[in-house]
Design a protein around this ligand. Structure first.
Ligand code: GDP
Length: 458
C-alpha cells in the first residue's frame, strides 16, 4: 500500500503539530528527511521510543522534532508508521508535508489511517466508528458511549449474538442434513426458545437506540402554549439566563429561540416558539405561529405551557391540536401562584381525562424545584432507560432492525413447523446483517461513507 502522510493535530498555530507517515516506505522516507542527534538512522532505532533530531529540507534545517517509529503490526494502522512531533507552525507543517510528498509519500484521505487499521484487521468497523464519535464527543455521556464502542464493548455483545446464531443455525442444519430420513434431531421447542432468547437481545439493542440517539444528537423540545403563558420565562429558568425576551405583552416571541440544556447526559435542544393563537391579524405573528407548528412537527418532546389564569375552555380547545401528535408531551400548568388550588384541579381534570401525560403544576416565577420537570423531560426523551449496551449509530440500528426482522421469521417458522431449509435461510440473513455492523461483510460504498466522516490525519 502507498505510504501516506497527513497532519494529525488540528490545523493552525499550536505548541506542537503531529505529522503521521504510514505505509511500507515510511521509515525509508522518514530517514531521508530526519536526522537524529545521535546520528543513528530511524531504520535502526528502537520502535515505540521517541528520538530527537532535525528535519532538513535541501540542506536547510526546517525544524527540530521528536520522532517515534512504530513497526508493523504494532501500530495503529498495522503498518510501519513514523510520527513527527514538530513545532506547531502552519508554515513548517506545510513545508514538511510537501517535503514528504516529494520523497514519495502521498496526502492521506479523510479517515485513511483508521481505514487502514480496519483493513489490516486491527479494529472492526463499529470500533472505527467509535473513534470518529469519540473525536466528535462534546458531553460526558457522548464521551462514555463512544469510549465504550471504541474499546469494543458493542463488538463483544455482537460477538455473543453471532456465536448464538451460528450455534442455532448448525442445530437447524443438522436437521436438514438428515431430512431424507424423516427424523427431527433437535427439539423444536428448544430451538424456538434459543431463537427467542437471541431475539430478545436484539430487541434490547435496537430499543437502546432511542437513548443512544438522544445522547448523540440531542432531543428537540418545543416549548409551546398561548401568548403570555410563560414560555420565555420558563426557557430562561431552565437555562438559568436571560436568553429569550420576556414581556407582559402577548405575542412578543415572534421567532423561535433555541438553546441547549444537558440533563442526565442528554442534550435537550429547547425551542421557544411564538405563542399559538387561533386568530391573529398581525402578519409577523402569523409567520411565527406557522413556525411554531413546524417546530412541533420536528420536536421529539412537546413541553406545553398552560396558562392557568386563562379560561379553561381556551386551554381545552388548544389541547385538541396538541394531544393528537405522536411525540411525547409534558403539560406544565403554569402560574399556579396566581390561581386557587381548585383551578389547578379543574384544569388537571379537564386535560387529564384524555391524557396519559405528565401534568405538572408549576410556577415560573415563584421559587420551587425544577427536579420534577427535569425528570419528566428525561423520561419523555428516553422512557425506562436501563440498557447496559447502548447503540447510537444509525447504520448499526438499521442493520440490527433487519437482523431482528429475519430472526422474528425464524421464531415464527420454528413454531409453524416450517421446513429446516427455509428456517436456515432466515438465520443466514440475520447473521448477514450482524456482519454488516462489524465489517465482516462490507462494500466499498459502506467504507466510503464511514471513513469520509473522519477528518484528514485520523
Ligand atoms: P410567553 O409569551 O409565553 O413567552 O410568556 P412570558 O414568559 O413572556 O411571560 C409573560 C408574563 O407572564 C411575564 O410578565 C412573566 O413574568 C409572567 N409569568 C410567567 N410565568 C409566570 C408564573 O408562573 N407566575 C406569574 N405570576 N407570572 C408569570
Amino acid at each position: 500500500m502507498e505510504t501516506i502522510c497527513a497532519l494529525s493535530t488540528a490545523p493552525g498555530q499550536g505548541a506542537i503539530a503531529v505529522i503521521r507517515l504510514s505505509g511500507s516506505r515510511s521509515v525509508e522516507i522518514g530517514d531521508s528527511v530526519f536526522f537524529t542527534s545521535s546520528g543513528k538512522r530511524l531504520a535502526t532505532c528502537l520502535p515505540n521510543r521517541a528520538v530527537y533530531g532535525e528535519i532538513r529540507s535541501g540542506g536547510e534545517v526546517l525544524d527540530e522534532a521528536l520522532v517515534t517509529v512504530f513497526r508493523s503490526p504494532h501500530s495503529f494502522t498495522g503498518e510501519d508508521t513514523v510520527e513527527f512531533s514538530c513545532h506547531g507552525s502552519p508554515y513548517i507543517v506545510q513545508e514538511f508535508l510537501q517535503l514528504l510528498i516529494r520523497q514519495g509519500a502521498r496526502s492521506a484521505l479523510p479517515g485513511e489511517f483508521t481505514q487502514r487499521a480496519f483493513l489490516h484487521g486491527k479494529i472492526d468497523l463499529s470500533r472505527a466508528e467509535g473513534i470518529a464519535d469519540l473525536i466528535a464527543s462534546g458531553t460526558a455521556a457522548q464521551h462514555r458511549l463512544a469510549m465504550h464502542q471504541m474499546r469494543g464493548g458493542f463488538s463483544q455483545e455482537l460477538g455473543v449474538l453471532r456465536r448464538a446464531l451460528v450455534e442455532l443455525t448448525s442445530l437447524v442444519e443438522l436437521e436438514l442434513d438428515f431430512s431424507e430420513e424423516d427424523v427431527t434431531f433437535a427439539d423444536r421447542q428448544r430451538l424456538r426458545a434459543l431463537s427467542l432468547e437471541i431475539e430478545t437481545r436484539l430487541r434490547r439493542l435496537t430499543e437502546s437506540f432511542a437513548v443512544g440517539n438522544a445522547i448523540k444528537n440531542g432531543v428537540p423540545v418545543a416549548i409551546v402554549g398561548t401568548p403570555n403563558a410563560g414560555k420565555s420565562t420558563l426557557l430562561n429558568l431552565l437555562l438559568g439566563e436571560d436568553r429569550a425576551i420576556v414581556s407582559p405583552h402577548p405575542g412578543t416571541t415572534r421567532d423561535t429561540v433555541e438553546d441547549t440544556l444537558v440533563l442526565s447526559g442528554i442534550p435537550f435542544r429547547l425551542i421557544d416558539t411564538a405563542g399559538i393563537r387561533e386568530h391573529t391579524a398581525d402578519e409577523v405573528e402569523a409567520v411565527g405561529i406557522s413556525r411554531t407548528f413546524l417546530a412541533i412537527e420536528q420536536a421529539a418532546v412537546i413541553l406545553w405551557v398552560v396558562d392557568l389564569t386563562a379560561p379553561i375552555e381556551e386551554t381545552v380547545a388548544l389541547s385538541g391540536r396538541l394531544l393528537s401528535g405522536s411525540c411525547s408531551l409534558i403539560i406544565l400548568l403554569n402560574k399556579r401562584d396566581l390561581v386557587p388550588h381548585s383551578v389547578v384541579e379543574a384544569t388537571s381534570a379537564a386535560l387529564g381525562a384524555t391524557a396519559p401525560f405528565p401534568l405538572l403544576p408549576f410556577s415560573a416565577v415563584a421559587s420551587g424545584s425544577l427536579a420534577p420537570l427535569h425528570a419528566a423531560l428525561v423520561e419523555a426523551a428516553v422512557p425506562g432507560h436501563s440498557a447496559d449496551v447502548v447503540i447510537s449509530n444509525v447504520r448499526h440500528y438499521e442493520a440490527l432492525v433487519l437482523s431482528r426482522a429475519a430472526l422474528c421469521r425464524v421464531v415464527v417458522g420454528l413454531a409453524d413447523g416450517l421446513p429446516a431449509d427455509m428456517v436456515t435461510q432466515d438465520l443466514r440473513e440475520s447473521l448477514h446483517y450482524l456482519g454488516l455492523i462489524t465489517g465482516e461483510i462490507t462494500t466499498d460504498e459502506i467504507l466510503q461513507t464511514i471513513f469520509s466522516r473522519f477528518c484528514v490525519g485520523k
